[in-house]
Design a protein around this ligand. Structure first.
Ligand code: 5GP
Length: 116
């Protein structure tokens, strides 16, 4: 079940501060508080969903499409297309997910190491 008290839910409700990079009606993109690369942005859709599969199950097509178009826009704004980047989403215990609200990580600005 979705936990209304997770950190990203609080950020979306403006209960705790964050450094915003981009925001629109459906999504919020913020700087990660503990960056794992020179550029580390989190993309968070504004819908109560736990992980990727929950997002795709619960969100309507318009929101799913909007979220990924916003991701594309953020990639353009970050000017990382030419050098490359990594987008990941952790899910559940084995995936190493810490915050149980679906989000994607955009890592860039340097060579991103191997996944293991
Ligand atoms: P996960 O492991 O769930 O995929 O990633 C959660 C991410 O959220 C981590 O990279 C962590 O640094 C970041 N994070 C945790 N708390 C906060 C916070 O309060 N503000 C921001 N901006 N990022 C956070």
């Amino acid at each position: 079940m979705y936990d209304d008290n997770n950190i990203f839910a609080k950020i979306l409700r403006n209960e705790i501060p964050c450094k915003k990079f981009y925001e629109d009606e459906f999504s919020l993109f913020i700087y990660d508080i503990a960056p794992q690369a020179k550029i580390h942005i989190l993309g968070i859709p504004k819908i109560k969903c736990i992980d990727l599969t929950d997002f795709v199950t619960k969100a309507d097509d318009n929101l799913i499409s909007s979220f990924f178009k916003s991701l594309n826009l953020v990639i353009e704004k970050l000017n990382i297309k030419a050098d490359g980047y990594r987008v990941i989403s952790n899910s559940g215990n084995d995936g190493g997910q810490e915050v149980p609200h679906f989000h994607i990580h955009i890592l860039a600005g340097e060579k991103i190491g191997s996944l293991r």
